[in-house]
Design a protein around this ligand. Structure first.
Ligand SMILES: C[S@@+](CC[C@H](N)C(=O)[O-])C[C@H]1O[C@@H](n2cnc3c(N)ncnc32)[C@H](O)[C@@H]1O
Length: 184
């Protein structure tokens, strides 16, 4: 697992206006995110989901938008300013093997990013450390890139790290699972 990181310029091929035909961030995330929550968008890229998360948590909540690429964070900030939600989103530069988020969060989104993580075991350890006991993690992986078998491995590894499958929502072009934090 892990390897090639999506270059910032490649993100424009899928993160554009057309994407709203496939992914409606607020509709996908509303079952797990409520007003006032603190949430983490890990591997936020250009912020397609960070902006949707900010609208759901509102001005009493907070979105930590984490990525290893400063260019992604810069585009995310620019887009969140244009969307009028920049005050709700806290950009966070992480390292490939060090998430570095210490704030306890109610919900974590990892959208189309886990297959890029070099050390998924360590990644999950850090995820459960900042996820509150009642918190949930949503992992979605791109179908065209991650096979059913590989996704099963991703789920199995999460389960050995103190996470348990809560549901398998249908998300277009994706394989996905929502997890509870059982590590407490
Ligand atoms: C394919 S993009 C998806 C971006 C965004 N989640 C979306 O759906 O539009 C994957 C992103 O994950 C980031 N990434 C890869 N490995 C990471 C890691 N270990 N920690 C944080 N971000 C990472 C990449 O820099 C890239 O921006």
């Amino acid at each position: 697992m892990g390897g090639h990181i999506c270059p910032w310029w490649f993100a424009y091929t899928f993160d554009n206006r057309l994407r709203y035909f496939f992914h409606n961030p607020e509709k996908i995330l509303a079952p797990y995110v409520a007003r006032g929550m603190t949430v983490l968008d890990v591997g936020c890229g250009m912020g397609f989901f960070s902006i949707g998360l900010a609208r759901l948590v509102g001005d009493t909540g907070c979105v930590i938008a984490a990525d290893v690429q400063t260019k992604m964070l810069a585009v995310m900030q620019n887009r969140s300013e244009k969307a009028g939600v920049a005050d709700i989103i806290r950009p966070h530069k992480s390292e490939p093997d060090n998430l570095g988020v210490k704030t306890p969060v109610d919900f974590i989104l990892a959208f189309w990013m886990v297959h890029e993580v070099p050390g998924p075991q360590r990644f999950y350890e850090q995820i459960v450390q900042c996820l509150k006991p009642e918190g949930k993690l949503l992992i979605a992986e791109p179908r065209f890139h991650v096979s059913a078998n590989r996704f099963q491995q991703i789920v199995a590894l999460a389960e050995t790290s103190g996470l348990s499958v809560y549901g398998t929502p249908t998300i277009k072009l994706s394989r996905s699972a929502v997890f509870n934090n059982d590590s407490f």
